[in-house]
Design a protein around this ligand. Structure first.
Ligand SMILES: [Zn+2]
Length: 116
């Protein structure tokens, strides 16, 4: 692999980069709807390519519908789950409170015995 013999200075870099120029992207007009589109691409407005319907928009719509259905199912599942978990958490919390109360009672009894 070729390795540079010396570091390229800032001035040399600036001179080299001064010749970098932007290029205007090649565009054409859609034959179907006359929208300005990049060359060699399906028209994002109407889904036509070279005057023929490729129907990429329809495919995207179908994908979006499927995603919406999946999202709806997921949201239904999520909506059902928190109710169960909240109830379960509340029950667990009540149990722990009862256990703690019993523990504190036992400790107080022990301390009373030690005091005597
Ligand atoms: Zn078009």
């Amino acid at each position: 692999m070729a390795v540079p013999k010396k570091r390229t200075g800032a001035s040399a870099q600036a001179h080299r980069r001064a010749n970098w120029k932007g290029t205007v992207p090649a565009t054409t007009t859609c034959k179907h709807c006359n929208a300005i589109i990049p060359t060699h691409t399906v028209c994002p407005e109407c889904g036509f390519y070279k005057g023929k319907l490729v129907n990429i928009k329809g495919a995207q719509a179908e994908v979006a519908e499927v995603k919406e259905e999946k999202a709806a199912k997921v949201t239904e599942e999520k909506a059902e789950k928190p109710k169960r978990t909240r109830k379960a958490k509340a029950e667990v919390a009540e149990e722990t409170v009862e256990v703690k109360a019993e523990e504190t009672e036992a400790k107080t009894e022990e301390t009373e015995e030690k005091a005597e």
